[in-house]
Ligand binder design. Structure first.
Ligand code: ATP
Ligand code: MN
Length: 463
């Protein structure tokens, strides 16, 4: 007998087939006429399939009539046209195999709606809910699009290390990796002697694969890395995780405008694919989570992003008449409230801000001729704020060394990065897109902890 997924069994083409389905029961309902309905879900789609289990079945009284939400079952039977509304097909069971029971008293996922806060405490079971099933499918779709987009456009997928000795962002928000005994580490001159550590030096979990990706871009042209990233920033916000996934394309012979064009095309492609490939899940998000998401995504696919310099943005914000919690003036880092004003109120669409003050951006961004700003770009979207951060990289050795000194970085630590500017240096650019921020934006989920399977945030590493 052929195994079908619930999604396949729901198609009218499957009518008449003898099949096996396997999954988890969402509900059981008994008819007075002596048979039962089981709503079966296997994660292949948001929708369940209705199984009709006849009273004649051999285990009807002993097992089927005791099936509760969460039980796992196998069903062998025939798919037929459903007389009920809201579904094209149903399964007439010839055999129901009960794999695992789920005690109704203790099974935490009952039929009522649970809060997302509660569901975070049962992260091992929340994939069985409609919302988290839909998030998982959309997240998968986004990852697939990301790879397809780059593969179709001549990019090489490369893997940058997870353990590193350099702090790319220079922000010092790194998790240290060590095998030293923290209760009595070896000392030299009163300090911990990292020469005796596993890597003979302090090492960390990476905050970005960019520096290493640059080495491959400066040999192979267009590359991207896509992997886990770690930041020990103690930010308990709805947009920050301590462990998140970042996509980082890096391109030789790209200047800032090329970089912006790529970022815009890339985001539009992701949104278009999700709309086309996950219509059922997106309907659900639009209905239950954020009533504007479908319209917003379609609007973005069909229109141009706004491009604005930081300086122009500051002028707009100063003239806005809004009373911001953090006052704006030229030179400050923009806060979420400022980004939201621009994307939600003023322009009502994605905005690419560029040419930021050199003082608030990392050392590797290319210095402009005005010597005040660097060729940075942030892509901002409504609600989520910054979704992409990128720049044209500084390819001039002397300027890069000067910028490093300015930020108290030791040039010797970055000798290999500087070599890229010593030998065959080229203009190049790239950006980083936070996967969870994109999924958050697409689904309308308010908290980033609900768009990653197992969120890591300050104080949370269970599961
Ligand atoms: P933010 O100002 O929001 O903290 P950032 O300026 O630190 O972001 P970048 O260093 O430019 O961000 O990282 C590139 C992208 O990675 C960001 O645009 C965002 O999408 C994502 N990102 C950064 N930090 C986090 C985090 N802690 N959790 C989830 N995604 C993140
Ligand atoms: Mn940050």
């Amino acid at each position: 007998m052929q195994k079908l997924s619930v999604a396949q069994a729901r198609q009218t083409e499957s009518i008449g087939q003898q099949v096996t389905l396997q999954g988890w029961v969402r509900t059981r309902r008994d008819s007075k006429a002596g048979f039962s309905f089981l709503e079966l879900n296997d994660g292949s789609s948001m929708a369940n399939i209705q199984v009709i289990a006849d009273g004649e079945l051999e285990n009807y009284e002993t097992e089927i009539k005791h099936i509760t939400a969460g039980c796992s079952v196998g069903v062998e039977g025939t798919i037929r046209e459903s007389p009920g509304k809201g579904q094209a097909t149903e399964v007439q069971a010839e055999r129901v195999i009960l794999y695992g029971t789920a005690d109704a008293e203790s099974y935490p996922l009952q039929k009522k709606r649970h809060s997302f806060e509660f569901l975070r405490t049962i992260a091992h079971l929340r994939p069985r809910t409609n919302t988290f099933g839909a998030v998982a499918r959309v997240r998968n779709c986004v990852c697939n699009s990301i790879h397809q987009f780059f593969q179709e456009n001549g990019f090489l997928y490369i893997h940058t290390p997870v353990i590193t000795a350099s702090d790319c962002e220079g922000a010092g928000e790194m998790f240290q990796v060590t095998t030293l005994d923290l209760n009595g580490p070896p000392k030299a001159e009163g300090k911990v002697d990292f020469a005796q550590d596993f890597f003979d030096r302090p090492s960390y979990l990476t905050v970005s694969g960019q520096l290493e990706a640059e080495t491959f871009a400066c040999a192979l042209g267009k590359v991207y890395t896509f992997g886990p990233t770690f930041r020990a920033e103690n930010s308990n916000t709805s947009r920050h995780l301590a462990e998140f996934w970042m996509v980082e394309p890096e391109m030789a012979f790209f200047e800032l405008t090329d970089n912006m064009d790529l970022a815009e095309q890339f985001l539009k492609r992701i949104f278009k694919d999700v709309l086309a490939r996950c219509p059922e899940d997106m309907e659900f998000f639009n209905l239950r989570i954020d009533k504007t998401t479908l319209e917003t995504l379609q609007g973005i696919v069909d229109s141009e992003f706004v491009r604005l310099t930081y300086t122009e943005a500051v002028k707009l914000l100063e003239a806005s008449g809004e009373s911001f919690e953090f006052p704006v003036n030229w030179g400050v880092d923009l806060q979420a409230e400022h980004e939201r004003y621009l994307t939600e109120k003023h322009f009502q669409k994605p905005v690419i801000l560029y040419d930021y003050p050199r003082t608030i951006k990392p050392f590797y961004m290319r210095l402009n001729d005005d010597e005040k700003t660097v060729r940075a770009m942030d892509v901002l979207v409504p609600k989520v704020g910054e979704i992409i951060g990128g720049s044209q990289r500084e390819e001039r050795l002397d300027v890069l060394e000067m910028r490093m000194a300015e930020q108290d970085l030791v040039a010797e630590d970055y000798w290999w990065y500087l070599d890229l500017r010593r030998y065959g240096s080229v203009p190049h650019a790239g950006f980083g897109l936070g996967l969870e921020r994109v999924v958050q934006f697409i689904t309308g989920m308010a908290n980033i902890r609900d768009v990653i399977p197992f969120p890591r945030t300050p104080g949370n590493a269970e599961f």
